[in-house]
Design a binder for this molecule. Sequence first.
Ligand SMILES: [Zn+2]
Length: 176
Amino acid sequence: MPVLQLRYMGDPILRKKAAKVEPEEIDDKFRQFIADMLETMYTNEGVGLAAPQVGESKRLIVYDNMEAGYRLDPQALINPEIVEREGSCRGEEGCLSIPEIKDMVERAERIVVRGLDRDGNEMEIEAEGMQARVIQHEIDHLEGILFVDRLGGVKKRLAVSRWKKLRKELEARQSA
Ligand SMILES: [Zn+2]
């Protein structure tokens, strides 16, 4: 399974609203793409990944079901929609599209999400804590929102300027 090229903050695809996946698009080729996304997520030691982060502006997210133990229960959700939110909590987040930047973000404590599974069947899941945080973070990507957008003004500016420096280093390393 190929590991896909990650897109980094600054890439316009990360700011686009992703397109809904039509049921007829969910075929073996699409399932292979899901498998490649999961491979990309695990290779980069991530806990979640949204399709725009690998250059596909589609409403698809993958994540690790941490309750089962890392890498044991990979999940995919197509056209995910949060239908219930409850409570709020702060926790640290990072993003494979903004490597090395981490900060505290406020999220709903518990959510209910509806979407389609990789066979196109409707599904509904309930998540809380860290799992709910990951799913909310990934669904934000489908709206063109990055976690740094959820930081206060000064913290966001600091994170973005730190990232700009890191991005130059990263690009230098990749072309070396
Ligand atoms: Zn992210």
